[in-house]
Design a protein around this ligand. Structure first.
Ligand code: MG
Length: 227
């Protein structure tokens, strides 16, 4: 059996923009912190919890405590739900993604897991909003760790438990440079996703397989096998 590990934002769902704006707004609403001039390049771990750590280190000189994390998560989820109510299109799946995931599940050849830099509730909300049938599949998120490699290792561990198997092949599917770096660090195959056609950086960073959507399932399955 083989394992396909999917990132979520920008990989399965076209949610990167609404995610960024609601995330920034949650810090404004909850703590009065304006992120317009925030230097994201200084962030060590580009995940919901990793960015929050960096914001608090810069703004308060310390990491956030549990109640601050809970407060900003609650506000963030509320803003995401509100945005979905106003414009569900902001939470659309990438073309063919819902069908691809269903078909991959049925293939019997591939197990599926999710490894996302999102907080857990945000990940669930996006997969539900975009119409994915994902319940019961292993999902690792950034609640417990800001480090994407740890998140990915957790996803693999959860998948091994779920399928009671060691996988012959593991492929990570993601849209970020951090996804490529994680795949390389952990020795996983990689498929880059670039649905808006702007991440020339993935190719520059050495990703040799990049696709824009999942409309051609046969092609995607062939890429997975070759990755
Ligand atoms: Mg992403």
């Amino acid at each position: 059996m083989k394992l396909a590990i999917f990132d979520i934002d920008g990989t399965l769902t076209a949610t990167s923009k609404v995610d960024e704006s609601c995330y920034a707004r949650a810090f404004q609403d909850e703590f009065g912190i304006d992120l317009r001039d925030f230097d994201y390049s200084a962030v060590q771990h580009f995940t919901d919890s990793g960015i929050m750590d960096q914001i608090f280190l810069e703004e308060r000189g310390r990491k956030p405590n549990t109640s601050e994390i809970t407060a900003v998560q609650r506000c963030f989820i509320h803003l995401l739900k509100d945005a979905f109510g106003r414009d569900p299109e902001q939470f659309r799946p990438l073309h063919g993604a819902v069908e691809m995931l269903a078909q991959l599940q049925k293939s019997g050849e591939w197990a599926i897991a999710f490894a996302t830099g999102c907080w857990q509730q945000s990940a669930h909300l996006k997969l539900d909003s975009a119409g994915f049938d994902w319940q019961g599949l292993p999902l690792a998120h950034s609640d417990a760790t800001p480090d994407r490699q740890d998140i990915c290792r957790t996803a693999i561990g959860l998948a091994e438990q779920t399928w009671q198997a060691q996988f012959d092949k593991k492929v990570y599917i993601g849209d970020g440079l951090w996804d490529l770096r994680t795949a390389n660090a952990l020795g996983l195959g990689f498929i880059g996703i670039d649905f808006e056609n702007h991440h020339a950086s993935l190719a520059e960073a050495g990703a040799d397989t990049i696709i824009g959507d999942y409309r051609d399932y046969t092609h995607f399955a062939a890429l997975l096998n070759a990755a």
